[in-house]
Design a protein around this ligand. Structure first.
Ligand code: GLN
Length: 450
């Protein structure tokens, strides 16, 4: 299997640019050891996988898509990487991503954009665009990703693969380079909900090295799907938030989503309209909170400890200024400036504190909605993939693109994107959201639909 997928990477990645670093040598060594009679252990024994380049991998460059970490070889494995390796996976490479996971199109990477395998003139979505494109193109059967404001669900939708962002705290963030710590959550991409269940099973669970990781048993996702009958969706109440089907949603995408919902109904689900009244505040709330947290998290990249350092600094201030000015790309610098601004004296109450309050309102909308429904179904994006370069010079239009994924992130809810159909040859995803820690329900519904 590893050799097959390594050959696929060699044949197609020059076009797609889904990988930043390869691990072909170690993967081939593993394969040779197995040929020689070595044992393959674990529930995922021999499963080739690629990790988003935000996860630290011992002995392999971990760049986070940035010039800042272009020379950084992690001295340890992230918990996610360690657990998947212990389950038997074989790492084939590190996937391309928006710089420090900031972006919705995978165009902010220091290593150049990733191309959408369905049409290479189009973006794959971001920030985990490399992982989504790699799974879509059959370069790997599964890949890890992270979702802070949609970075698993959105690229999964635009590349036509299945992606799951678990509940905040379900998967350890240890060794996952921090962007916005109160939102960041690891998850995965694969071709089906069933495959995602296998990968998530190995990733999830308490880790004492991450203080926000929740100490709570991991259900048997794989067993639950295996034992699921044909009537899983029967009687399930599925809410359609009217704010997600309002102005802005492209007509052709809406038809695809409507057909997917009709399938849920055909399987016995009860469809009800719901309202999440604070949805329109999500973009402004997120784009205050995420940059604020990013400006604080990224303060560690100072040219002193590790990562990029400018040539011949004349003094300490010059060292900081030029290392950060040269090491970070434009979008990252923009976020740091916005973040520092909203946290500064005199503006904190007006922006940061206000955003914390609206975040609470957005989360409460979901708690209220889940009093009446078991699941929420919605679009992931307003339209299918856009062309490379189309939104690059217009950050606000890029940010607005995240309107359907940000609310669940702000509420810490688990979410999925499931392939639902195509518009002009480009995939459209159906978003499913469940209450906190109800990943089994989410995966079950996606599995029944698929
Ligand atoms: N597109 C969003 C952003 O640019 C979300 C990114 C993410 O989830 N990592 O911040």
């Amino acid at each position: 299997l590893s050799r097959h997928f390594l050959d696929r990477i060699a044949a197609h990645d020059e076009t797609l640019n889904a990988m930043i670093s390869g691990c072909a040598d170690t993967a081939r060594e593993r394969a040779a050891a197995l040929d020689a009679g070595g044992a393959a252990d674990g529930p995922l024994a021999g499963l080739p996988i690629a990790h988003k380049d935000i996860f630290c991998t011992r002995g392999v460059r971990t760049s986070c898509g940035s010039r800042m970490l272009d020379n950084f070889v992690a001295p340890y494995d992230a918990t996610v990487v360690e657990r998947l390796a212990a389950a038997g996976t074989v790492t084939l490479g590190k996937t391309n991503m928006d710089e420090f996971a900031m972006g919705s199109s995978n165009e902010t990477s220091f290593y150049g954009p990733v191309r959408n395998p369905w049409n290479t003139d189009y973006v794959p979505g971001g920030s985990s665009g490399g992982s989504a494109a790699a799974v879509a193109a059959g370069l790997v059967p599964a890949a890890t990703g992270t979702d802070t404001g949609g970075s698993i669900r959105q690229p999964a939708a635009l590349c036509g693969v299945t992606g799951i962002k678990p509940t905040y705290g379900r998967v350890s963030r240890y060794g996952m380079i921090a962007f916005a710590s109160s939102l960041d959550q690891g998850g995965c991409f694969a071709r089906s909900a069933d495959d995602c269940a296998h990968v998530l099973q190995a990733m999830a669970g308490f880790d004492e090295r991450d203080s926000t990781c929740v100490e709570r048993d991991v259900p048997d996702y794989v067993g639950a799907l295996g034992g699921q009958g044909d009537d899983f969706l029967k009687g399930m109440r599925v809410g359609l938030p009217k704010e997600y089907f309002a102005e802005g949603l492209d007509d052709a995408s809406r038809k695809v989503i409507d057909a997917a919902i009709a399938e849920f109904q055909a399987q016995g689900a009860e469809i009800v309209e719901i309202s999440l009244p604070h949805t329109e505040l999500a973009v402004s709330t997120y784009y205050v909170l995420a940059p604020a947290e990013a400006s604080s998290n990224l303060a560690r990249f100072d040219g002193v400890r590790y990562g990029y350092r400018c040539e011949n600094p004349v003094d300490l201030e010059d060292l900081y200024t030029r290392s950060r000015g040269e090491g970070f790309g434009r979008e990252v610098q923009r976020r740091i400036m916005v973040g520092a601004y909203v946290l500064s004296a005199g503006y904190y109450d007006a922006y940061y504190l206000k955003a914390q309050k609206t975040r609470r309102l957005i989360a409460r909308d979901f708690s209220d909605a889940f009093e009446n429904v078991d699941l929420i179904a919605a679009p992931v994006t307003q339209a299918p993939a856009f062309k490379l370069g189309e939104k690059l010079d217009d950050p606000v239009s890029m940010y607005l693109n995240d309107v359907y994924t940000l609310p669940a992130s702000l509420a810490g809810l688990p979410g999925m994107s499931v392939p639902a159909g195509f518009v002009d040859g480009l995939p459209v995803g159906l978003q499913l959201l469940a209450p906190w820690f109800e990943e089994t329900r989410l995966l079950g519904a996606a599995h029944a639909y698929q």
